[in-house]
Design a protein around this ligand. Structure first.
Ligand SMILES: *Cc1c(COP(=O)(O)O)cnc(C)c1O
Length: 482
């Protein structure tokens, strides 16, 4: 594909401005350009084709299957975007006085109520911009609660070794010590191991359910009871809620707080770094500590309440990512409670279908029935000289996004596949066929896989180098600075 700058021909134009019919205004000297901008001279259709081609060079969920485990990269119905971009929502300013934005506040209120019901919790903040920030928010709430209750915020937070990387990071940021316990041989929380570390210094236990192996923590009630008996709190990382909708709720399992990833479970396109939303839902006793301001109602109108002496303070500019909230509410209302339950049931069926069809070809360290995702190991292929990274890169040649690789850390050469409920059996079968073919190639011609991907616009990249030394300026590469 030719870059737009290379198509430039002197005198070509994309638009024609009408002749000037207003007096010319002088631009002050320091504001004047010394040189005309170096813009390509191209026609409108060259510009359109350039961007249409560019948009399909990278992989995205509108293009094909995107089974990136733990990320819930599902297809997002376009109606959600359409409603979020309605001028009645998109043209609002967050500094507008509350009486002028009652409809928008009603959206936030209705979403809050729906999410509390889905999570089995009593109160919620929509402020956190992502799951990670939700975790930090909740831990700061726990700290404030314990301090108020006992005059002592306690010292440590316990996580299993299958925890997502954001969990230990949030614990450290909240000023707690990280205590990691080894998972049992079944991949689940080891209750004996938990019992050995829970004590009067335990502020909280933080667990993901289903966990990052895609397994439901069936002894969660025992774990919760142990921590509660020691005076600690229990947090659920709710990033995997796509497996639980309408089936069970964090609140019913005994959790004191959880975050929900709206950009995963509740249908906002994500993956490019945002925008996200990680609301934190809590039980009644933690409500006074929620971030400021809190959405309340008085005389039939919504307003922002700032007078909350126990609050941990503000966690995000304004009230969170509003457009994500609109998408989530649209999604919840269009799906209905039966529809949401079907989401999780189908997500679980799809993951188990992949588990069953691929079990012969790839190692499955935890072979029991899974929830919404399944974690294979590439050990068998590695023994033939083909790493999990090679398998992931080869999948790109088939037009699929690779699964999450090398996570969770407790699985060698991990391949974490989350198909989501939005994919058809035909798509899953195409993916299985590709995985089986890659396994065959790992036996017949392993070296070939080291060169994958072969059919993509760019080949194997130095991903770390590209992120660290980002250079997206065409002129800087070819002509020096603009
Ligand atoms: C995605 C994820 C997170 C973090 O959520 P972000 O919105 O990416 O910050 C935490 N835990 C698990 C299990 C996740 O999958």
């Amino acid at each position: 594909m030719n870059l737009i700058f290379e198509l430039s021909k002197k005198g070509r134009e994309g638009i024609q401005a009408p002749p000037m019919d207003v007096p010319q205004a002088a631009v002050s000297l320091p504001m004047q350009r010394k040189m005309p901008p170096r813009l390509p001279e191209v026609t409108e259709n060259q510009v359109v084709r350039h961007y249409v081609n560019l948009s399909s060079m990278n992989h995205h969920v509108d293009k094909d299957f995107y089974p990136l485990g733990s990320c819930t990269m599902k297809y997002n119905p376009k109606i959600n975007d359409e409603i979020a971009s309605h001028p009645g929502f998109s043209a609002l300013h967050p500094m507008q006085p509350a009486p002028t934005v009652q409809g928008a506040l009603q959206v936030l209120h209705e979403l809050s109520q729906a999410l509390c019901k889905i999570a089995g919790m009593d109160a919620i903040t929509l402020q956190p911009a992502a799951g990670a920030q939700g975790e930090l928010t909740a831990l700061l709430i726990f700290r404030a609660y314990l301090l108020k209750r006992d005059g002592n915020p306690r010292k440590k937070v316990i996580i299993p070794d299958s925890a997502h990387g954001t969990n230990p990071a949030s614990i450290a940021m909240a000023g707690y010590e990280i205590v990691q316990i080894a998972s049992g041989s079944d991949g689940l929380l080891d209750i004996g191991g938990l019992e050995r570390v829970v004590d009067a210094d335990t502020a909280a236990l933080m667990v993901t359910n289903p966990n990052t192996l895609g397994l439901f923590e069936s002894r969660i009630s025992e774990a919760v009871a142990l921590v509660h008996a020691a005076g600690g709190l229990v947090y659920m990382d709710g990033a995997n809620l796509n497996a639980l909708l309408g089936i069970t709720r964090p609140g019913d399992m005994g959790f004191d707080a959880c975050h929900l990833n709206l950009h995963k479970t509740f249908s906002t396109p994500h993956g490019g770094g945002g925008p996200g939303s990680g609301p934190v839902a809590v039980k009644k006793r933690l409500e006074p500590f929620l971030p400021l301001p809190v959405l309340s109602m008085k005389h039939g109108g919504y307003f922002w309440e700032w007078d909350r002496p126990d609050s941990i303070g503000q966690m995000h500019g304004f009230y969170g990512n509003f457009d994500v909230a609109v998408r989530a509410l649209t999604y919840i209302l269009t799906m209905g409670s039966d529809g949401l339950q079907a989401v999780s049931e189908n997500a679980i069926i799809n993951a188990n279908y992949l588990r069953a069809r691929l079990a012969e070809h790839y190692d499955l360290p935890y072979s029991q029935a899974c929830m919404h995702e399944v974690v294979f190991s590439g050990d068998r292929q590695k023994a033939r000289g083909v790493k999990t990274l090679d398998i992931a890169k080869r999948l790109l040649d088939f037009g699929f996004h690779p699964p999450t690789v090398y996570f969770p850390l407790i699985v060698h050469e991990a391949l974490m596949i989350e198909p989501t409920e939005t994919e058809s059996k035909e798509t899953l079968d195409r993916f299985v066929d590709a995985m089986i073919q890659i396994d065959r190639e790992s036996q017949a011609e392993p070296e070939r896989l080291h060169d994958a991907p072969m059919n993509t616009p760019v080949r194997r990249l130095d991903e770390v180098g590209a992120a660290r030394n980002l250079n997206i300026n065409y002129f800087a590469q070819t002509h020096g600075s603009i």
